[in-house]
Design a protein around this ligand. Structure first.
Ligand SMILES: Nc1ncnc2c1ncn2[C@@H]1O[C@H](COP(=O)(O)OP(=O)(O)OP(=O)(O)O)[C@@H](O)[C@H]1O
Ligand SMILES: [Mg+2]
Length: 325
């Protein structure tokens, strides 16, 4: 029979002989959504034999094995929140925020996984790593290798899936393939329960990495530098998030974070006011100031939250972490 996932609408050909009992729970192997196969319809309840899983004409290029009750089930991971840091504008503090918010959460005793999903590998470098296996190697070595590729950093509670330059090949290889947006979500499923927060740093472009991260996430954090040009791309990103909501991730939300705020600059104050007017409660209360300690920490290749937790930006990242929790 042909069945269709209720969420991502992927069709699967399923061997009826593999099903011992109907109705039963099945898990979509593409988006991991669990739904009931053979759920009685109103008509069936009224006495007719129709069910949701009525056979359809074969038309899928997907293989059968996909959605059966025998699919591996993973421990409950509903406690884990996945945040993606995204903005097509470069240099607005996506990486700095991902790193220091992650550190702040780890300092508050949360189990945190940082994912460097940017070929520039700035997050990886900022933590002092280089030439380590990345998501490219996870896909090259097959399912189940995500856990082995994640590094436990020297900071308690903080793990990292590093980036390397091979990742550039993934954009070319997968971008035009069907359902490529679900690849990260699927790879995270077996390890997600180990973490309270998963934070994904993305590049300043829309492609394989950003679309995968948006599909896997609960919330998009949009760092916005307090600068006129930086605010211009926000509406485009919000439209993209709305599109992702309709296509691959109905549960995704977003919140804007003002970064590199200068309390002595009228321009900064004006922009912060405009952000709050436009995005209302979708703006974080915490605001991150421009602080030279951020750059010093980067040069030392340590997170600001380790280099100078008492600095202005350090305290603001801690406030942001508490706001999130
Ligand atoms: N609060 C801050 N105070 C001062 N400098 C900052 C602050 N936050 C970030 N920076 C600096 O701004 C620059 C850009 O930051 P970052 O690399 O985090 O941005 P990004 O959005 O990740 O950039 P890209 O789009 O290239 O990935 C870096 O040099 C960083 O040190
Ligand atoms: Mg970056």
């Amino acid at each position: 029979m042909i069945i269709e996932c209720e969420r991502c609408r992927t069709k699967f050909s399923l061997d009826e002989g593999a099903l011992r009992i109907i109705p039963c729970k099945v898990r979509c192997s593409v988006c991991r959504y669990i739904f009931i196969l053979g759920k009685p319809t109103a008509a069936a309840a009224a006495g007719t034999q129709k069910t949701q899983a009525k056979p359809a004409a074969p038309q899928s290029d997907q293989t059968a094995a996909a959605a059966t009750a025998q699919e591996p089930t993973y421990p409950d991971s509903s406690h884990c929140k996945v945040l993606v840091f995204s903005n097509q504008k470069g240099g607005v503090a996506k990486t700095t925020t991902c790193l220091n918010l992650g550190m702040a959460l780890a300092q508050l005793k949360k189990r945190v996984l940082l994912i460097d999903f940017d070929v520039q590998a700035n997050l990886t470098l900022a933590l002092g790593y280089q030439d380590t296996p990345s998501f490219y190697d996870v896909l090259a070595s097959g399912n189940g290798t995500m856990g082995r590729t994640v590094i436990k950093t020297r900071y308690s509670g903080l793990s990292l899936l590093p980036a390397n330059e091979n990742m550039v090949l993934l954009d070319k290889k997968y971008l035009r393939t069907k359902n490529f947006e679900y690849i990260l979500k699927k790879q995270l499923a077996p390890i997600k329960h180990r973490y309270d927060f998963i934070l994904i740093d993305t590049p300043p472009s829309i492609g394989f990495f950003t679309l995968n991260a948006l599909t896997a996430a609960n919330t998009t954090v949009i760092p916005c530098q307090c600068d006129f040009f930086a605010t211009q791309g926000l509406e485009r990103l919000v439209k993209l998030i709305d599109l992702v909501k309709t296509k691959t991730n109905p549960d995704i939300g977003y919140a804007v974070l003002a970064t590199m705020y200068d309390p002595n600059s009228t321009a900064s104050k004006l922009i912060l006011t405009k952000l709050k007017e436009r995005y209302g409660d979708k703006t974080f209360k915490a605001v991150i100031c421009a602080d030279t300690k951020v750059k010093e920490a980067q040069i030392m290749r340590v997170p600001l939250m380790s280099y100078s937790r008492q600095s202005d930006a350090g305290e603001q990242y801690m406030r942001l972490a508490k706001e999130l929790i």
